[in-house]
Each structure stands twice: as structure tokens, then as C-alpha cells.
Design a protein around this ligand. Structure first.
Ligand code: P1T
Length: 388
């Protein structure tokens, strides 16, 4: 579905600004109009300009789909109303009763809820595996295993999974590899180029980048999967509004510069945390001592803006400092220009309690924004000092 010129020959930032977004042929408007029409006039029955009804296809959404697909190096892209709607399309669209799915033992809590409470109801079996452990992966793989779900870096532990290695394993075992690329974004990591079959996004996060739109995306180079996802998008109908598509297109234009700045600020925060007595362990793949540092350095073009850490004083210290920052806002979600702090065990990952995906109660997750670096470092340092 992407035009050839949207894929080939241009760099990331050029595609982020232009792919799918030619000046309007009638007015010359350089930004695609927000096309609110739900229906499109036909000259004769079946003879139209490419759009019939907005659930099936909308020009603003099409511009977004071409743009994000181009950034992921994908031939097919479908936009959804949320990241979970995109995940639902991939999982329920591709898996049948009796199929087996391998998920990571560290992933977004909502993904776990979708798999364990929705997908399981339609008869799909699943197991949670430490995907950094190839022996564990081999032990869990069955003849019925049809897909492996990867997040890397993971939410919230920032674990790094070797995409190329898991892709090779999946394909040897006739399974598909799906990668949730929300934390890295296509600016820092392109899973399809590393062998993944499908890429999924919560575009609510870095792609939108401004905490003002909920969205999801699926990208693939496999025409069979691409058609199935487009069918699911139309048949189930969890589509984003034209205004949401516009907000996402607007956000994407600065994705590259935002990510560069997120990475710089995250490094400063990780280094401060690393030497603070109120911190037991820092989880950021850019630190050379991080378990996945070498793989991250190979498969990513930067280490990202998410930093997690274990508070030395346990849950009480974690909750106290989460309430005491002034520049970091205590809130769920991530990936926007403003810095956020949260307590995964009681917030974003509460749904994983008592499951293989349960998280440490002393864990704090930071979405490091693009504010002035020293303001962020000093804000967090003051909160940490206060719990010593
Ligand atoms: O919220 P939604 O747009 O539906 O996206 C779900 C989702 C999917 N994948 C990952 C890796 C995610 O982090 C999320 C949403 N996560 C949060 C809201 C959060 O605070 O972690």
C-alpha cells in the first residue's frame, strides 16, 4: 500500500514529514486535510476516487498508514483506535482455537490481560516465557505454537530481546514473530528488517508524542497478514477518528528529534540513579552493565527514553518518591514530551499481580521527557534524597 517513493531513497526524518502527505492536489494545502466525511460520492456504482465509507478507508487515515508503514519499512500498515485494538487485530485475526502463543514474562499489563482474559476465551493457548533464555523458549515451543510475541525493550523492566535470534527460532518452528515496537519506535529499531513478521504499536506513546491521542498501528511486509489485518480493521471497526490521525501525523513529524532528546535525557537520569544511595538497581539498556546492552547496541540506533529502577527502601520508598517529584508527573502512559513517573505494580501492571508477569513492588518506571536535562535530574535527585 505504500507508494514506492514513500519507501525508497529518503531518510527517516524526510519520510516522517512527507510520506503519504503530498500537497493537496486541489488547494495545494501542505498538510493533509482532516477529512471528516463518513461517506464518499460515487460516479457510478463501484466507480469512486478510492474511498467509499470512512470505516473502510479515510484519506487522513490513509496518509497516516502510508507514513508509519514507510517508517517501519513495511508494505502494509493499518491504523487502529488504540494499541490494544491493534494487538487484538493481530492476535484474534491470526490465531485460532487450539493455536498456542508464546508471550514474554515481562510485557505491558494490558497485553497480558488481552491474552489471558480475552484471547484465551476463544480457545487460544498461551505460555509466558523468559525470552532471553533460548532453552526456556525451546522447552515451551509446541507443534501448535503459531506465534511468538516480543516486546523489546520490555515494559516495565527494559529487558532486551534479540529480535533476529527469536525470528530465526520462530521461523524454524513455523511460527510468526510479532514485535511490539512501542518503546523503541521505528526511529530507534526496525523489527521487520531484523526478521519479524509483524510490528505493533501503541501510537498513543512516542508516535503521537504529546499525550493527547490514543492510537494503535500494525505494520507488515507479508501480504497475507496485511490483508487479514485490513479485513479485521474494517470488519471489527476499531478505527481511529480523522482528527486522531491528524494528531498522530503531526506528532510523527518530530519523532526523530524528540527521540534524540529522550535518549540524551534518559542517559543523564540513568547515570544519576546509578550513583544514588536510594536506588538498588537501574534498568536502562544504555548502561554498559545492563544485561541486554550489547544486543541493544546492535539492534537499536539509540537506547530510548524509558528508565526503570528498584528503590532501595522497597515499596514504601517507591510510593513516597513517586509522590514527591515536581517536574515528573505521577501518571500512567509514556512516550510524550513531558516526563512521567509511575509505580507499575499498583498502576500499569496491576493486572499482572500473582501471574508470571508480576512486577517488583519496589519498581519505579520513568518516561523521561524532553524538558531541560538538569531540571529533570535535580527533580528526581531531590525526591530520592527525601526517602534516604
Ligand atoms: O494504551 P494503548 O494505546 O491501547 O496501548 C497498549 C500498549 C501496548 N503496548 C505497550 C508496550 C504499551 O506500553 C501499551 C500501553 N501502555 C501504557 C498505557 C503504560 O503506561 O504502560
Amino acid at each position: 500500500m505504500t507508494d514506492e517513493k514513500d519507501q525508497i531513497g529518503f531518510g527517516f526524518e524526510t519520510r516522517a514529514i512527507h510520506a503519504g502527505q503530498e500537497p493537496d492536489p486541489v488547494t495545494g494545502a501542505v498538510i493533509p486535510p482532516i477529512t471528516l466525511a463518513t461517506t464518499f460520492a460515487q460516479d457510478e456504482v463501484g466507480k469512486h476516487g478510492g474511498f467509499e465509507y470512512s470505516r473502510s478507508g479515510n484519506p487522513t487515515r490513509r496518509a497516516l498508514e502510508v507514513c508509519v508503514a514507510s517508517l517501519e519499512g513495511a508494505d502494509f500498515g493499518s491504523a487502529f483506535a488504540s494499541g490494544l485494538a491493534a494487538e487484538d487485530a493481530v492476535l484474534r485475526g491470526l490465531l485460532r482455537a487450539g493455536d498456542h502463543l508464546i508471550i514474554p514474562d515481562d510485557a505491558y499489563g494490558g497485553t497480558f490481560r488481552l491474552v489471558s482474559q480475552v484471547l484465551a476465551e476463544s480457545g487460544v493457548e498461551w505460555s509466558a516465557v523468559d525470552l532471553t533464555d533460548s532453552g526456556a523458549l525451546l522447552a515451551e515451543c509446541r507443534p501448535s505454537t503459531k506465534a511468538i510475541w516480543v516486546e523489546t525493550p520490555t515494559n516495565p523492566m527494559l529487558t532486551i530481546i534479540d529480535i533476529a535470534a527469536v525470528a530465526e527460532f520462530a521461523h524454524k518452528n513455523n511460527a510468526r514473530l510479532i514485535v511490539d515496537n512501542t518503546f523503541a519506535t521505528p526511529y530507534l529499531q526496525t523489527p521487520l528488517a531484523l526478521g519479524a513478521d509483524v510490528v505493533v504499536h501503541s501510537s498513543t506513546k512516542y508516535i503521537g508524542g504529546h499525550s493527547d491521542v490514543v492510537g494503535g498501528f500494525v505494520a507488515t511486509n507479508d501480504s497475507e497478514i496485511g490483508e487479514r489485518i485490513a479485513f479485521w480493521q474494517n470488519a471489527v471497526g476499531a478505527v481511529p477518528s480523522p482528527f486522531d490521525c491528524y494528531l498522530l501525523l503531526r506528532g510523527i513529524k518530530t519523532l526523530g528529534v524528540r527521540m534524540d532528546r529522550h535518549c540524551v535525557n534518559a542517559r543523564a537520569i540513568a547515570e544519576m540513579l546509578n550513583s544514588h544511595a536510594a536506588v538498588d538497581k537501574v534498568l536502562w539498556p544504555g548502561l554498559p552493565k545492563h544485561r541486554g546492552h550489547d544486543i541493544a547496541a546492535q539492534q537499536m540506533r539509540g537506547f530510548g527514553g524509558m528508565v526503570s529502577f528498584i528503590a532501595a527502601g522497597g515499596q514504601d520508598a517507591a510510593l513516597a518518591l513517586a509522590a514527591r517529584t515536581k517536574v515528573f508527573t505521577l501518571a500512567e502512559s509514556l512516550g510524550a514530551v513531558e516526563s512521567l513517573i509511575e509505580h507499575p505494580a499498583l498502576m500499569t501492571h496491576a493486572t499482572t499481580a500473582d501471574s508470571p508477569l508480576a512486577v517488583d513492588a519496589a519498581l519505579i518506571r520513568l518516561s523521561v521527557g524532553i524538558e531541560t536535562t538538569s531540571d529533570l535530574v535535580e527533580d528526581l535527585r531531590a525526591a530520592l534524597d527525601s526517602v534516604l
